[in-house]
Design a protein around this ligand. Structure first.
Ligand SMILES: Nc1ncnc2c1ncn2[C@@H]1O[C@H](COP(=O)(O)OP(=O)(O)OP(=O)(O)O)[C@@H](O)[C@H]1O
Length: 309
């Protein structure tokens, strides 16, 4: 369990993390989402005691992580996969970590097997691909068999096979009852991986809920109506306050009116309807909606290329 209470971090004029309070529970994957610069890495560094909070507190299993007697046995973290001595072999890198943390040597072979690096254990990590480097970082995180795991953007730059592997690993670790906290700005990835979400924007908490709640609370339900009387139905629905746009030759997408309302209006006006279905917004759409005011860096759109409203 990770618990933050009123956690803040200021760098000069910049309030990178602004009074964050949340808890990350065991037995589930908790996604930590936010646009670039939202404060995710800063929060993770404070959890690990690598940065001191300006105010507030954060504890891991009830105490500040800096006070942990056996840090690697309590928390495994993948913050920067490149933070490996490139001249060392994967085996020696892990052995060094194991020895300085009083962990048994046999654990090195176990974690190398777990992450699928057994065959290249004696090779220097300098020649590792990005995916192999990520696996080595994860092997290091798993070395102490910790109950709490934190991954900062673990799928960055990975191919689909690597992404699937990390996704399944995180789910398996959570299913073993561990606390799994993973940051990402890839919404689609979190939709597939996380059970619970903590979302921040400009350092502030903007949501703390399940993935489904997040989608339900932050997106507008759209309804697709297929009808051979497109124009008639469009006019009726717009007249009753619906926002209507055409979707192909024979369908409309409607917001601001409910499904029953649309069906009843069609019936009252003797308009035939061939299909009436809800369109579920994706997590990505919900995230864009919720954080649109807290995105730090907006890309400029070249003149004349603005998206049509
Ligand atoms: N050491 C530092 N000194 C000054 N400013 C910092 C420092 N570290 C982070 N910041 C600033 O704090 C804010 C939050 O940064 P942080 O890296 O925590 O965000 P993030 O959500 O992890 O972003 P990203 O998704 O881009 O990794 C940013 O505006 C960043 O420029």
């Amino acid at each position: 369990m990770i618990e933050a209470v009123g956690l803040s971090k200021r760098y000069g004029d910049k309030l990178a993390v602004d009074r964050l309070s949340f808890s990350v529970k065991p037995g589930q994957v908790t996604g930590f989402l936010g646009p670039n610069g939202a404060g995710k890495s800063t929060t993770m560094r404070m959890i690990l005691g690598l940065d001191a909070p300006t105010s507030g507190t954060v504890t891991v299993n009830g105490k500040p992580f800096r006070q942990a007697a056996h840090p690697l046995r309590e928390v495994g973290a993948l913050l920067d996969a490149k933070a490996v001595h490139g001249g060392r072999s994967a085996y020696n890198h892990l052995l060094c970590l194991a020895q300085t943390n009083n962990l048994p040597k046999k654990r090195v072979d176990e974690v190398l097997g777990l992450v699928g690096l057994g065959g290249v254990a004696k090779k220097r990590s300098k020649g590792f691909s990005l995916g192999m480097g990520q696996r080595l970082g994860i092997a290091a995180a798993l070395l102490g068999d910790p109950k709490v795991l934190m991954f900062d953007e673990p799928v960055n730059g990975l191919d689909p096979e690597g992404i699937l592997w990390i996704r399944n690993l995180m789910k398996a670790l959570a299913a073993e009852g561990r606390t799994v906290f993973v940051s990402s700005h890839l919404m689609s990835e979190m939709e597939n991986t996380a059970d619970h979400l903590i979302v921040i924007g400009r350092g502030k908490l903007v949501a703390d809920c399940t993935v489904q709640e997040f989608i339900d609370n932050n997106s507008e339900l759209s309804i697709r109506v297929r009808t051979p009387q497109l124009e008639q139905l469009g006019a009726v629905l717009a007249g009753k306050g619906g926002t209507v746009r055409a979707d192909g030759e024979d369908a409309l997408v409607v917001t601001k009116l409910g499904m029953a309302e649309i069906g009843d209006l069609a019936f009252d006006n003797q308009i035939r309807v061939h299909e009436l279905s809800p369109i579920q917004a994706s997590l990505e759409q919900a995230f864009m909606e919720l954080t649109k005011d807290s995105v730090e860096y907006h890309a400029a759109v070249p003149a004349g290329k603005e998206a049509a409203a």
